[in-house]
Design a binder for this molecule. Sequence first.
Ligand code: BTN
Length: 335
Amino acid sequence: MPQTPSLPGTTDRRLAALLTLLSENATIVISGVRIAREIGVSRSTVWRWVEQLRKLGVQVKGQRRTGYFLEKVPDILTPDLLRKRLKGSLFGKRVFHFFKTDSTNRVAMELGFADDPEGAIVMAEEQTSGRGRAGRTWHSEKGTGLYVSILLRPRLAPAQAPLLTMLAGVSAQAAVQAVTGLVPELKWPNDLILNGKKLGGILTEMHAEPSAVRFVVVGIGINANQEKFPVELASIATSLRKESGRITFRLELLVRLLTQFESDYSHFLSEGAPFVVERFQKASDFARGRRVRVDTGTESYVGTTAGLSADGLLLVSRENGALTTVIAGDVTEVG
Ligand code: BTN
C-alpha cells in the first residue's frame, strides 16, 4: 500500500495502523504482543498509544495484561481504511489525516505549493480555524462533521475554477442522498441546505497565473453528526443527525463523496463547462424561479433567479425587467 509521507501534525502512520487493526478486529481481544509485532513498535508504545486513543475519545477496552479491543468501530476517518476503500482511485494515493489542525484548506494549499500531485486529500477530525466563504469561519467541532480538502491540478483558466465549487456541490448532494436518503438543496454557488438551514458548504481556493490555474483546493464541510450548534448558529445551521435522527458513518459519506466527485470531475475535464452548468441546474431548484435578494457589497437588489449563464454565473431577473449576471456576492431567498 502506498505510504503518505508525514507532514507536521498529521496522525502518526503507526498510530493510524493501530486504529485500523483494532477497527478491523472489532470486539476481538488482540494481545499487546501481536499489536506490537504487526505495527512494528514496542509493547510499551502500544500501551502509550492506546492511552492516547482513549484521550482522543476512542473507546478502547481491555488492558495491558489481557490485550485490547474495540466494542464498536469508531467513527474516525482512519486513513488506512480510506486508502483501502479508494484503492485505484485518484484520491486513494495521498491521504493526510489530522486529529486536529487549523484548516484542511490551509494544509492542502501548502501541499499545492510543495508540488504535491493532483488527488492529495487532507481531512481532519477537528479544525481550529476552519475557513468559510467571504472570510467567515467554519464551525468544525471534533469528530462530528466532515472536513476535507482536495488538491487538484486541472488545465483551466482561472475564471473557470468556480465551476469546481459548483461541481463539488452536485457531488456532495448526490453523496448525501445515497448515504442518508436526504436530499439537500443546492444554493448557488456553494451551499447545501436542508429545511432552510445550512448543512454544508464548499470553499475553493487557488493559485493561478493570469491565464492558467497552477492548482486548486476544493474544501468541503458537511455537518454530519452535530447534535447542537453554538447559539449564534443554532437558527441557521443543521446537521444530518438533526434532520434524520440518525448517526451517519462519516467514512461512508466521504468514500461516496470522493468517488462521485472523481467521476464528475473527469466528465467536467472532458466535456467542459456545459457539463457542470447542466448538472447544477438539474440538481438545484434554487437556480430558477426563486425570489432572492442579491448583496454585492456595492449594491443590493431583489429579483427572481433565472438559471445559469453558459459559464456558470447566476442570472437574476430584476424587478425592473433587467437580466443581471451575479458575479459575486451573497444571494438570499426572500419570502
Ligand atoms: C462556506 O462558507 O460555506 C464554505 C465552508 C467550507 C468549509 C470547509 S471544511 C473543510 C475545508 N477546510 C476549511 O478550512 N474550509 C473547508
